[in-house]
Ligand binder design. Structure first.
Ligand code: SF4
Ligand code: SF4
Ligand code: SF4
Ligand code: FES
Length: 309
């Protein structure tokens, strides 16, 4: 395969032709921040936090949407790049509820991490704050559109990985948000609660609800485990705190197969030290507690769990 050699921050990097500047930098171990980019999804190039300086180019291009070319000279942390990133972060903060002290995403939030990295403590931009209602309509996923940075990763994950397209961008300008069809609560949509959108959200706009309030992100160890409930063999993370399994979460796309709610519930029953007494399933449009055997669709639940072990 044809290759190209470029320099990134003075380091020579050779990559296959067609590789983006972002991928070339990552292959060379050089950090570039990203919000909207996801290697499993189509190129998007919307958030612009990944901009770099390239000799001979007037503007700062998005590295995730720019192909590396022969002889290209790239700078990932030049003064102009840092200034641009700070401005993007300040614009995001201008709209963002600064709830870090109590936010369940604290410690695993890209917005927080990048603000720390670039020394952004406050915003110089004043304006209206978003005031979207929090979607608490279902037992599995909490959606807080006020914390959303509109990176679109959840939208593309639902469409391209789950093949469901339950959510999309709605409204315009300042009012733009990620919404279900007709902007209904998630409980009234075709969502199957796979949780993949939650796994890719870089901020605290989407959270796995049963885990909320159970621990800070740095107190919870993630241990991958393969589901044996069906032949697909999806991989989940056991969330372990103080030696106890407190919940099951999906892996990011690319680090495991897609997964289903049934598999997650089966693993909760198998592994969690304190599984829910009855899982919640939707019946006639309402979530209601149901027996485990019904939730998992098997008659002899005891035998199945023995099989799983
Ligand atoms: S989403 Fe991130 S930046 Fe926003 S409140 Fe939560 S931890 Fe803080
Ligand atoms: S949980 Fe799964 S099906 Fe539901 S919106 Fe997220 S990705 Fe789509
Ligand atoms: S909910 Fe999360 S993943 Fe979806 S657009 Fe907002 S910030 Fe991005
Ligand atoms: S990560 Fe490149 S534009 Fe968003």
């Amino acid at each position: 395969m044809a290759s190209v050699t470029l320099t990134i921050n003075g380091v020579k990097v050779t990559v296959p032709k067609g590789t983006t500047v972002l991928d070339a930098a990552q292959q060379a171990g050089i950090f570039i921040p990203t919000f909207c980019h996801d290697p499993e999804l189509t190129k998007y190039g919307a958030c612009r936090i990944c901009v770099v300086e390239i000799t001979g180019m007037r503007n700062l291009p998005a590295s995730c949407a720019t192909d590396a070319t022969e002889g290209m000279e790239v700078f990932t942390e030049s003064p102009a790049v840092i200034e641009a990133r700070k401005t993007i972060l300040e614009l995001l903060l201008a709209n963002h509820p600064l709830d870090c002290l109590t936010c369940d995403k604290n410690g695993a939030c890209r917005l927080q991490d990048y603000c720390f990295r670039y020394g952004v403590k406050e915003t110089g931009f004043e304006g209206a704050k978003k005031d979207h209602p929090i979607d608490d309509s279902n037992p599995y996923i909490l959606r807080d559109a006020n914390k959303c940075i509109l990176c679109g990763r959840c939208v593309r994950t639902c469409a391209q990985i789950e093949d469901r397209s339950v959510i999309d961008f709605a409204y315009r300008g300042f009012n733009t948000k990620v919404a279900t069809a007709m902007d209904l609560p998630l409980a009234d949509s075709d969502c199957v609660y796979c949780g993949r959108c939650v796994a890719v959200c870089p901020v605290g706009a989407l959270m796995i609800k049963p885990l909320m309030g159970l621990g800070r992100t740095w107190e919870i160890e993630k241990r991958p485990v393969t589901c044996t409930f069906c032949e697909s063999g999806c991989t989940f993370n056991l969330n372990v705190k103080d030696g106890k399994v407190i919940g099951i979460t999906p892996l990011e796309p690319g680090k495991g197969r897609p997964l289903c709610l049934k598999g997650r519930l089966a693993l909760e029953l198998k592994y969690c030290d304190d599984p829910p007494t009855a899982p919640m399933l939707k019946k006639d449009g309402q979530f209601v507690p149901v027996p485990w055997a019904e939730a998992l669709g098997i008659k002899d639940i005891i035998n199945k769990i023995v099989d799983l072990k």
